[in-house]
Design a protein around this ligand. Sequence first.
Ligand code: NA7
Length: 546
Amino acid sequence: MNNKKQRDKKTDFDAVIIGAGFAGLYMLHSLREQGLTARVYDTADNVGGVWYWNRYPGAHCDSEAAYYGFTFSEELYKGWTWSKRYAPQPEILDYLNYVADTLDLRKDIKFNTRVNTAEFDEEKNIWRIETSNGSVVTAKYFISGVGCLSSSNVPNIKGLNDFKGEWYHTGRWPHSKVDFTGKRVGVIGTGSSGMQLIPEVAKTADHLTVFQRTPQYTTPAGNRPLDKEYIDELKANVQQLRKDMLSSPTGQPFKRAPLSVLDDTPEAQDKKFEEAWEKGLPFFPLYNDILTNEKSNEIVAEFVRKKIGEVVKDQETARKLMPNYYFGTKRPVRDSYYYETFNRENVSLVDVKYEEPIQEITENGVRTKKGEYELDMIIFATGYDAMTGSLIKFDLIGKDGITLKEKWENGASVSTYLGIAHAGFPNFFTITGPESPSVITNVPTAIEQHVEWISNCIQYMEDNEIDAIEADSEAEKGWSAHCREMAESTLYVKTESWYTGANIEGKPRGFLIYVGGLNNYKKICDEVAENSYKGFSIKTSTKTIV
Ligand code: NA7
């Protein structure tokens, strides 16, 4: 149906979307299929979103490639073949280019353009969007596809401007080759990015010094070429795969074994963990209570600590690498030879949390409490202002001139309705926004669910000549309370992490992810839609329906 033909054109576009990653690309395609017009803006000069910027050596996705893509189109799924179980960044970027080309999306994307301001016009019920190239466009719908991990965090360490060598952040890696050969390199940060990068740097650097604040749990990824028969089988059953992913808690077609770690004998536990470690299988599907039962969690944690002690030869280094918090409550990492890297002669580990905190960066390197480490290059693998950072980076102005940042600051915490909608911001939608399942699921699956929900909502509005839809404050409060309650039933909230906002100085603590599972979340969203968008106020040109 061509909606555009049915109503007078009041705006330049029906929708403006920020971000040309997974979310923005599918949102654009989906709206175009509905006969609507849309414009995407992205600061990069090509598609890819976080996978455009996040291109440090060793960068891989930690979701299995066979499931890390779109399933809304059988043709699209069948037309692409991943080479490895965990895809390297260049391949994911190629995939997103393949999506953009196959669906002919580029003509509606403006690259090298930042959205500076988006302001809602209450009288006309439209969004006015101003960009870095000076243009101002209007749209009825404004949609964020900025992603949860795109606002990179370079810590405010005294003296960085004085450093005479090169420095980089993993999330803003240059497009030209960065050469480590013969250099003294320091990596600050040991999350997923650091743990993927460190083994690569160690191969050619003269010396690598790893500055570790919190040790992280990681288990071997067991990356390997994908079995052709398995891929052919998935391709022959795309609809089933899609169904399985959307109806699972994690957005992947895995089921958790219906038993507690404590139901098994120590021998049986050990056998399962050993097998998972050897074959590179994830630990979470082995039991159903690793993230909810302290005793169960400690058994897994102790197994990984034992493995660190076995793999790392120098026991003092091994001790420093052993985490002492709940397994999996910081983003769990899948690595390739991370612990083994500390057996190399040219690699050393510095504990900057307990033993020698970083005091400053000097012209020659990093000075800790114990002394100066001379470096030619510093790499910050220090992560992101996750979940909210990119949404408050520009002026997003809703009703009464209040920005989203002000709304969240005034409310003392982030609050959303379903992670998709925001009281005070009519016709504005966030794809994988805070308080949705997002990063603890397979993100492309979460994106598909969100994009389809938003598309259906927009179709409902077009069909019923609705001018504006806005989340109610009460519904929003209820959703945030529900999210907190769910999080508090897990061990996630007991650990400081970027999930809780603890990695950014001064950021209010909370837990901005819905942990009840993608399957349950989808049911809730569908029920809201089936009940004429329960929890939303709907405004037509003649009346407001609450
Ligand atoms: P993460 O997971 O946030 O890791 C950042 C790392 O940097 C982590 O070890 C931090 O220690 C450390 N960090 C942060 N600030 C500092 C300072 N000021 N000094 C020393 N060390 C610091 O980011 P990643 O990029 O690795 O991964 C992000 C996600 O991207 C990942 O989960 C995948 O989903 C993709 P901390 O633990 O905070 O003490």
